[in-house]
Design a protein around this ligand. Sequence first.
Ligand SMILES: N[C@@H](CCC(=O)N[C@@H](CS)C(=O)NCC(=O)O)C(=O)O
Length: 199
Amino acid sequence: MLLVLQTTHARSGLTLLLVKWYLAKFPNHCAPAKEDTDNGLCITETNAVLRYIARKSESKLYPSDLKQAAICDMVLDHKLCSIGKDIASNFIYPKAGFGPAVTDEALTAAVAKMKTDQWPAVQKFIKESGGPFVCGSQVTIADYSLWGHVKIVSILSPDAHLLKECDDMKAWFDAVEGTVGDDWFSDDNWGFWKQKASE
Ligand SMILES: N[C@@H](CCC(=O)N[C@@H](CS)C(=O)NCC(=O)O)C(=O)O
């Protein structure tokens, strides 16, 4: 870094060095990323990172039971590729300035899809397991992953149709929220979103 700072284009040099350093570890060009300094493992992909952390610590947040693990995996992937993707592009990115604005019609259509299609695909497992979580009485990384997106929506748009219109989503959300420790998050974490909510 010292070498770079001595160049006339210090900032761009530093950026280039950081990019090279990052890509050498994480060639997928993506965040989030995790390096485990215990064994040199460098991984990207949200779901792989979540599973790795949970499995390494032998946490119940990732089920050891094969069937429950499959359900957890399915909801994680469904969140990433379908419901979470739509929540982000319709309710989060436009407000945060990460994506284009969406029309009221598009929002209504997104809520309808979540209500009749995407959320019921999660709700099925909450019902079948007896709830209140996706895998029954044990909260998992699948719940936390989806909860994170819904939480941001609840901060950005407290009156968002999402929680009201998706059957029992509020009950599930409150159950997950109830497992979150008081000291897990602070305004250091939520501050950015709270600021966006007030803009
Ligand atoms: N499937 C990936 C997607 C991650 C992703 O899209 N990350 C964005 C930031 S939220 C990114 O790193 N984008 C870099 C780029 O588009 O160059 C995951 O779930 O981790």
